[in-house]
Write a protein that binds this ligand. Structure first.
Ligand code: 5RP
Length: 226
């Protein structure tokens, strides 16, 4: 029987078909994106010439350790293809991301990408977004205020903590509030409400961004388009 991790590897392997010689490649974060970076590293070792832009410190460290040249937005402003995972993939490729805490850089990378390809196991595909809590990255100082505003909106925020119980701090030095919104009939409305709160840096609703999703299960990899 195929495990969830096998499915993640399958999706990641399929996404290599989007990567061509000379491309600038957005490197996602999380376990599925990690499979992709490892597979890309094998290709680079075999001679493929690409440059990566990483969406987290962890992905950057991994890419560098595998010999993938890593650049930033001082060198290029457009990414040919970004490959990343997702916590939920909904209708029209609307996504919830940020389970791993990298949503801010992930959204910056995705926003600069001509193609933004999601790699996921089939359990991530949902009819309505929202069972997975929507992460909201907030400035530390504003966290009590933002938390109150999110509560008033009925979004049930909870401060994220690290496994050892300490404050969870993002790569950019912010807190994360995970919002148990429940299934959303209108994620765009929720996204706009969250964005309007002063002190919010970014949220994990990625709407109208993904260009394709490669979704794997025991029977193979399906390509979903928007
Ligand atoms: C990290 C993310 C990840 O892409 C998302 O959490 C999916 O992770 P995984 O591939 O481990 O299931 O958004 O911020």
């Amino acid at each position: 029987m195929q495990s969830v991790d096998d499915a993640k590897v399958k999706a990641a392997r399929k996404s290599l078909e989007f990567v061509e010689e000379g491309m600038v490649v957005g490197l996602g974060s999380g376990s599925t994106a990690t499979h992709f970076i490892r597979l890309l590293g094998e290709r680079v070792k075999a001679g493929l010439k690409v440059r990566g832009i990483a969406s987290s410190r962890a992905s950057e460290d991994l890419a560098v350790s595998l010999g993938i040249p890593v650049i930033d937005f001082r060198s290029v402003q457009t990414i040919d293809v970004a490959i990343d995972g997702a916590d939920e993939v909904g209708p029209h490729l609307a996504l919830i991301k940020g389970g791993g805490g990298a949503l801010l850089r992930e959204k910056i990378v995705a926003s600069a990408a001509k193609q933004f390809v999601i790699v996921a196991d089939a359990s991530k595909v949902v009819a309505l977004l929202g069972k997975f809590p929507v992460p909201v990255e907030v400035i530390q100082l504003a966290e009590p205020l933002v938390s109150r505003r999110l509560t008033d909106l009925g979004l049930h925020p909870t401060r994220r903590h690290a496994k050892d119980g300490s404050d969870y701090i993002t790569d950019e030095g912010n807190f994360i509030l995970d919002c148990a919104c429940g299934e959303m009939a209108d994620p765009a409305k929720v996204a706009a409400e969250i964005r309007a709160i002063v002190g919010v840096v970014e949220h994990g609703l990625f709407l109208n961004m993904a260009t394709a999703a490669l979704v794997a299960d025991g029977s193979g990899v399906r390509k979903l388009a928007r």
